[in-house]
Design a protein around this ligand. Structure first.
Ligand SMILES: C[S@@+](CC[C@H](N)C(=O)[O-])C[C@H]1O[C@@H](n2cnc3c(N)ncnc32)[C@H](O)[C@@H]1O
Length: 267
């Protein structure tokens, strides 16, 4: 059976990440796996288990678990990103395979994986509910979903609207930052109760660098600079937006770490 054609948001993500793949190498902040280390006591992976690194990008997450002795399936919607993950896995030498597929509809049988990790990608998905349904279907009983993504904590609608506006202008493939309570609802609804969640802030080192990674258009750069300079108090406080004496804009994105477990005995 042929895979379903990509919808407009999926196509925008695939085009965008094919174009920007080279920016996700070892120097990218995603190469820092402190957030993954933080999740380990909840996930409790064992060597020999099988993990799906979904929306794997350049493969930093899968490589982290591959080095712990897990077998990794890497999946992504952008062939150029999968190429990066392939090169990383080959350099590290752990068992791995690579699948070009969207998170909303994955070509694996039910209960294939011991764990599923999806890091800093779900805000691009056209249908987060289809992704959580797929995660619940693909996990074995006792398996865990590790979801890490940008978020805005509950109770800050002004900061949330600001962050959404900035991200949509900066990166045309951005979908939506989802609040922690919404993720807990989405995963719980498909039978994956949350066993741990926390917000783990991540510094956005420099607005100009941030434009560069997303290849933001010159017109959108101008608008985002104005939005940052005039950020509402709620956003200013929540994201700790600061201008350095040299004029650089930095802030702290809120990153959600959530672990949800499929009920049943672990294998
Ligand atoms: C920031 S990168 C992911 C980083 C990676 N998970 C890591 O830990 O280094 C976002 C990735 O999501 C992928 N992506 C976006 N939308 C997708 C979708 N609907 N299905 C699968 N992959 C998607 C992009 O192609 C891109 O490689």
């Amino acid at each position: 059976m042929n895979p379903a054609p990509l919808n407009p948001l999926q196509s925008a993500a695939a085009d965008h990440f094919n174009r920007c793949a080279s920016a996700y190498a070892d120097t990218h902040p995603l190469a820092d796996t402190a957030d993954l280390r933080r999740a380990l006591p909840y996930l409790r992976p064992n060597a020999g288990q099988h993990l799906l690194d979904l929306a794997c990008g350049a493969g930093h997450t899968g490589a982290f678990f591959g080095r712990l002795g897990l077998r990794i399936s890497f999946a992504d919607i952008a062939p150029a990103m999968l190429d990066q993950a392939r090169a990383r896995a080959a350099a590290d030498g752990f068992p791995a395979d690579f699948i070009l597929a969207p998170a909303e509809s994955l070509p694996f049988p039910d209960a294939t994986f011991d764990h599923l990790a999806c890091r800093v990608a779900a805000h691009h998905f056209s249908c987060p509910a289809s992704f959580t349904m797929e995660a619940a279907r693909l996990l074995k009983p006792g398996g865990c979903l590790l979801l890490i993504d940008g978020t805005v904590e509950d109770g800050h609608p002004i900061a949330e609207a600001w962050a959404h506006q900035v991200e949509t202008l900066r990166d045309p493939s951005h979908g939506r930052l989802i609040r922690p309570s919404q993720w807990i609802h989405l995963t719980g609804h498909v039978g994956l109760p949350t066993i741990h969640h926390e917000i783990f802030p991540l510094q956005q080192p420099d607005l100009e660098w941030y434009f560069h990674t997303a290849d933001t258009s010159p017109a959108h750069r101008e608008t985002v600079r104005a939005l940052v300079a005039g950020a509402p108090e709620d956003a200013r406080q929540l994201f700790r937006i600061t201008q350095t004496p040299e004029g650089k804009w930095t802030w702290w994105w809120q990153r959600l770490i959530l672990v949800a477990r499929k009920p049943g005995p672990s294998t």
